[in-house]
Design a protein around this ligand. Structure first.
Ligand SMILES: Cc1cc2nc3c(=O)[nH]c(=O)nc-3n(C[C@H](O)[C@H](O)[C@H](O)COP(=O)(O)OP(=O)(O)OC[C@H]3O[C@@H](n4cnc5c(N)ncnc54)[C@H](O)[C@@H]3O)c2cc1C
Length: 467
């Protein structure tokens, strides 16, 4: 004899024209009727990589109705392609690489053909008028001192009040080579070395100093995102900036800046921590009713997200060593990545990212032409006229001026606590969930793959609640 489940299965296969609902009805007594479960509605706020990944995981579950509410007119957030820069180049002005090859972001980049660099890749180092290759630098006694004395950086376990700058100072690194280390650390922490705690960032961002980096090369980030997240793009509502979230009732009420009200069973917030931290009187802040728990607000305040300016530079000559992937020089803008070489057209593209105090206090107020003059002067002083004369133009993206991003990526401030990110990531009332790079509790904050990881964490929680 067939069980009821077997009957339904056989009937559904044998009678495709018959609706499953009518089979269910005919096979059940009235008291047994099982209404098809209504899909739970999830509102995902922010269509950066963590929002896109959250939406895709829940969509693939088929038991949720999803909506992705994005303030800007695009997707990707801090993964951002600028098209037709200098007339013909597509340049990644946000994240352009994966740290390591054991993560989902790397898998996505691999299909786009990537190239690898790390701190041991060929580079050109300009030290007091000499241009050294990495092989030459590796024989330099000052540089060897630097490497030896900073070996313990990713395991530092002193006071949370000691800054990365104080750590560097305590190591007596020869002045001549200190800037190399400072540049490497600042780009990993996302701010000035004076502002970040060494103990709290050591096993997170600073442990990536020697990571293998895989850069987007063949395709661009937009192609990569559209390929990966094509199935959920119809559910993205662009130009929908959320201004308030009311979770007093059984449904979460979400209002956007045009006063449109939407209701959800669950809400996942993936906006940058800089947006969450905005005070109620600041533009683009989100009001919560009731207020978020004090412990979460305290956690947000221990996390920093500071200014960042990314600069693309076009030169008409290659002044660096043949196979160099990076250029290090003294100066306020001290590290450049080589992203494109087109000798046939005498056209070369470099990028540089400046984060923290110098970006905020100096670069923000400069026009593109003034930044170009600054670079020209620095190159003339530290590299030579072959470099400064080669500069053709530059293109600047100021991440702090992005109204719904406002900065680079999260880091632990001085005096913070190790548990801060756990508190930041905690859901509230099993209704509001938090994802995004700052909520990564797996030591991968401030990265694309770290943001992706937080999506799986919140989805697991939501799926468990929905069962
Ligand atoms: C210059 C730069 C270079 C970087 N380079 C790398 C790199 O090479 N490799 C790497 O791994 N990481 C890099 N990072 C870090 C990486 O880009 C981020 O960690 C990651 O992209 C963050 O993803 P997310 O989803 O957490 O946030 P986001 O990408 O910031 O997405 C959040 C989204 O929320 C939206 N939003 C904000 N407020 C609202 C609102 N009120 N309503 C609706 N939507 C809202 C925003 O518009 C945004 O689209 C870089 C970052 C910067 C700035």
């Amino acid at each position: 004899m067939q069980t009821r489940r077997q009957f339904i299965k056989t009937a559904a296969l044998a009678l495709p024209a018959m609706s499953l609902a009518s089979i269910l009805l005919s096979s059940c007594s009235k008291s047994e009727i099982i209404a098809p479960k209504k899909k739970l509605k999830v509102g995902i706020i922010g269509a950066g990589i963590s929002g896109l990944e959250t939406a895709k995981i829940l969509f693939d579950q088929k038991q949720f109705e999803i909506e992705l509410l994005e303030a800007s007119d695009n997707i990707g957030g801090r993964i951002n392609l600028s098209e037709s820069v200098f007339g013909s180049y597509n340049i990644e002005m946000g994240a352009d690489s994966s740290y390591g090859d054991q993560n989902k972001w790397y898998n996505m980049l691999r299909t786009a053909q990537t190239f690898e660099t790390n701190s041991k890749s060929p580079s050109s180092f300009y030290l007091n008028g000499s241009a050294l290759t990495l092989n030459e630098l590796n024989k330099d006694s000052d540089y060897l001192k630097l490497l030896n004395s900073t070996q313990d950086i990713s395991a530092y376990s002193g006071s949370n009040e000691v800054s990365v700058a104080q750590y560097i100072e305590s190591k007596n690194i020869p002045e001549r080579v200190k800037f190399i280390f400072e540049n490497r650390t600042e780009e990993k922490i996302g701010t000035s070395i004076e502002r970040a705690s060494i103990a709290l960032n050591s096993s997170e961002s600073l442990s990536k100093i020697d990571a293998n980096m895989f850069h987007i090369s063949g395709n661009n980030s937009q192609d990569i995102l559209y390929r990966e997240y094509g199935s959920i793009l119809p559910y993205v509502k662009n130009n929908t900036a959320i201004s308030s979230i009311d979770y007093t009732g059984s449904k979460v009420k979400v209002r956007d800046q045009n006063q449109v009200l939407r209701e959800y069973d669950f809400v996942v917030l993936t906006v940058p921590v800089s947006i969450l931290k905005l005070q109620s009187n600041e533009i683009n802040s989100i009001q919560f009713s009731p207020s978020l728990p004090e412990s979460k607000i305290a956690a947000m305040n221990k996390i920093g997200m500071d200014g960042a300016v990314k600069i693309a530079i076009k030169t008409n000559r290659k002044f660096w060593h043949e196979d160099s992937k990076s250029i290090y020089t003294k100066g306020k803008i001290g590290k450049y990545e080589v992203v494109s070489e087109d000798p046939a057209n005498n056209s070369y593209i470099l990028t540089a990212t400046v984060m923290g105090a110098y970006a905020e206090n100096e670069l923000y107020s400069m026009r593109e032409s003034e930044i170009m003059t600054l670079i020209q002067n620095e190159w003339a002083m530290y590299i030579g006229t072959s470099a400064s004369d080669s500069l053709v133009s530059c293109h600047v993206k100021n991440w702090s001026k992005e109204p719904f991003i406002k900065g680079a990526f999260s880091y632990h401030k001085l005096g913070g606590e190790a548990e801060t990110r756990k508190e930041l990531a905690k859901s509230v009332n099993s209704k509001i969930f938090f994802a995004g790079e700052a909520c990564n509790t797996n030591k991968n904050s401030g990265t694309v793959h770290g943001a992706i990881e937080t999506a799986s964490v919140v989805c697991k929680e939501i799926i468990a609640l929905a069962v």
